[in-house]
Structures are given as C-alpha cells and as structure tokens.
Design a protein around this ligand. Structure first.
Ligand SMILES: [Zn+2]
Length: 413
C-alpha cells in the first residue's frame, strides 16, 4: 500500500511525502505522487510529527468523572481500586478503544500505558491502528512477591508477539505499593530481557518523606540502589526530584514524563522542576496520566498547561519557550519514548494541522500550536502510512463511545 501527500507545509516550505510499506519513502519539495498511490491533498495544511503520550492508563476513560474531587489516596482506595477488581477484558478493551480514539483525534499516535488486562489494551491499540508501550501494573502491597512475579509473567505473555505497534513493558506501580524485593526482581528482569520499565515516582511530597523514613534515601536514590534506574526506565511525575536526584537520573539515562494537568487536578502542591531537569540533561516527555485523574486525553491541551505551569512556577516567562515545549510533547527530547522523525526510512506517522482553524491562521505556527490550539486543530492523522483520521473524523467513533459508556454503566460508574 502506498500513500502520497501533496501540498503540505513543512517548516513553511511546500512539500510532498510518499509512504511505502508503512514507512516514509520520500519527503521534500520535489516529491510527487506515483501511479497507483492513494492520494491525499493536504491543501496547505501543516505537516508535523504526532504527539507521544508518555504516561497514561488508557482504559481509565471508564472512570472519567468518578470521585474527581478527592485527594490521591482516598480516590485510589475508595473510588478506583474496588471497581478495578471487577474489570473484565471487554471493559478494558472498550475503555482503551475510547482512549485511542480521543488520543488520535487530538494528535497522539503513540502512548505508554500501565493498566490491568494489558492484552485487551493491546487489542484495542491494534484495532485503532496506533502504537503503545504497555505494561500490567505490578503491586505486592496486599499480596506476595510470588504473586507479583506471576502477574508480571502473565502480563508479558498477554503482550507477546503482537506486532511492531505493541512494545511490552514492566510497570511496577510505585515505590509505596511494591516491595523492595520485588522492585529488585523487576530491575533484574528488565536487564535480562531488555524490557522498558514504567513507574510512578515522586508524585507527592508525602511519598518522598515516607521513602526517606523507610529507606534512608530519596526516591531516585532508592530506585538506583535496587538497580531500577536505567536507560530503560521511564519515571512518571518526578514532581519532587531534587537537584542531586536529577543529576543521577541524567547520568543513568532515565526518562522522566511530566503530567502537569493530573498533578494540578490532584493538587500535588508542586511543579516538575523542568528548568533544573533540562540543566542536568534529563530526557523529558509529556503525559496526560489516566482519564480518571486528568480527565482529558488531549495532550495538545496539556502542552499549554505544561508550558504555563513551568513559567508560573519559575516566575519567569522565559523558563520554557514554545519550540522547546513542542519538542517535549512530540517526544523529541526523550528518544526512549519511541518517537520517530519525519525523514525517509522512518515510520510514516504524521499529522496535518488545519491552517484554516482559527487558532493557527495567524502568527508563528509553533506558538499557535502550544498556546492557542488544542486537539481540534488536528485535521488528519496517519500511522504507518494509513490514514486513520481525515477532516477531524475518526471512523467508528460513535460505536466506540456507546460501547464504552455501556461498560462503565455495567461497573456502576
Ligand atoms: Zn499514572
């Protein structure tokens, strides 16, 4: 299957793009369609890379609007965990399908997921045509390290051999829900099988205080001691990482994904120290976190919140500029998140942004994307050379919304 895009604007220059076998075959001013190509006339739309959502719990779309005004621990213990115990594959499948549709509509074509029934999420991702790194959440707070190991192996089995769009990962929930013994084991398994690891870290100040009291070290140093701070590891949040921790995280090649909207909604009381992380050389990405705690999956909207929170926390409007914020959202500043460039040989994943949208018609494009636009400015999304959205329409969305609402109703949500 071949696809040709004509009349797109890339950095202000009119270009064509051809896709073959899911990859970009050619891109540039001279590139034109060839006989037999599926044709897509961009009509002057802006060609940009898609966004990478570095941390979410896709199927938590089912929990949207449930207990949204509670603090983190009561929210988890009273509203989330009891319902999660009743989830089935079909619940997770439709919750994740809804998440995939929302992400696609707002320009995200790759995400990192931590959720129950990972095989069901993988099926949803494959059916939606996008890409994800997926791990079953691992806890042994109310179970044993043996049970955690079984759960880890079961999760990996569900995700084995599913094709290039799905990357299996290990997803220990957090340092306060997984024992030292299990964290150490997860680090060894990650090394042995070259598996990515995603974990919530330093989301609240209380977590840091508890770690100091129980382990005599701040969270990043504690993880490092257990062999879990590596270039394969992605830390979600990192709000309370201090300068010494940031230096260590940079040295280990570990990625941090900041989730500004979820952090503000759960009122964690701080802002991820992006300027210090940048100065230390930390790879940083952007995430939405789950729809249970955001509640949107529109990463383009979160991008504005990210930039504003950084400026506000630093009391300095130059703390981050639009170009840098955009690079964080597209994964360009965090290579381990899996983003690819718009160049020949790379996967044919890209967006067309509508130049006639009110937010992008006037002024510098990147500033418009970061500060003025939200997901609605995305006109077209292409993944692996397949047009998954055109004119802002995701085929089959209506059915997905109905099915997901039905599953949420079944769960009493
Ligand atoms: Zn999370």
């Amino acid at each position: 299957m071949t696809l040709a895009v004509e009349n797109a604007l890339l950095d202000g220059e009119r270009v064509g793009l051809r896709c073959e076998g899911g990859a970009i075959a050619a891109i540039g001013p001279e590139v034109a369609a060839q006989p037999g190509d599926e044709m897509l006339d961009a009509a002057g739309a802006h060609l940009v890379p898609p966004l990478v959502n570095g941390h979410t719990h896709a199927a938590m779309t089912l929990f949207r609007g449930s207990g949204g005004d509670l603090p983190l621990m009561p929210w988890l213990e009273e509203k989330i965990w009891p319902v999660e115990a009743k989830l089935t594959d079909e619940d997770v499948y439709w919750g994740a399908r809804l998440a995939c549709a929302e992400m696609l509509r707002s320009g995200t074509t790759r995400f990192w997921d931590m959720y129950w029934h990972p095989g069901a999420t993988a099926r949803a991702v494959a059916d939606a045509g996008i890409r994800a790194t997926i791990g079953a959440p691992l806890f042994d707070l109310h179970s044993s390290p043996e049970e955690l190991r079984e759960a880890a192996h079961r999760g990996l089995e569900e995700l084995a051999g599913l094709g290039p769009e799905i990357t299996p990962a290990l997803a220990p929930h957090a340092i306060y829900t997984v024992s030292e013994e299990s964290l150490r084991w997860i680090g060894e398994l990650s090394t042995e099988r070259d598996l990515p690891v995603q974990i919530h870290l330093s989301e609240t100040e209380g977590e840091v205080q508890e770690c100091l009291a129980r382990h005599g070290a701040r969270p990043a140093f504690y993880l490092d001691r257990l062999g879990l701070l590596s270039e394969r590891t992605v830390l979600a949040h990192g709000v309370w990482l201090d300068p010494e921790e940031l230096a260590l995280v940079a040295e280990r090649g570990t990625t941090v994904v900041t989730n500004p909207v979820a952090n503000m909604k759960l009122a964690v009381g701080g802002v991820f120290p992006f300027p210090a992380a940048r100065a230390a050389g930390v790879a940083v990405g952007l995430g939405s976190d789950g729809a249970g705690s955001n509640d949107s999956l529109d990463l383009l909207a979160d991008l504005k919140a990210f930039a504003l929170a950084q400026k506000h926390a630093a009391a300095d409007p130059t703390a981050i500029d639009a170009g840098e914020a955009w690079a964080v959202a597209t994964g360009a500043t965090a290579p381990r998140l899996g983003a690819t460039a718009l160049e020949p040989g790379a996967p044919a994943d890209f967006l067309l942004l509508d130049p006639r949208s009110p937010e992008l018609g006037i002024g510098e494009l990147t500033a418009g994307i970061v500060y003025a636009a939200a997901g609605a400015a995305v006109d077209t999304a292409v993944v692996a050379g397949r047009v998954l959205m055109r004119g802002g329409e995701v085929p089959g969305l209506e059915e997905v919304v109905v099915q997901a609402a039905g599953r949420a109703g079944r769960l009493g949500l």
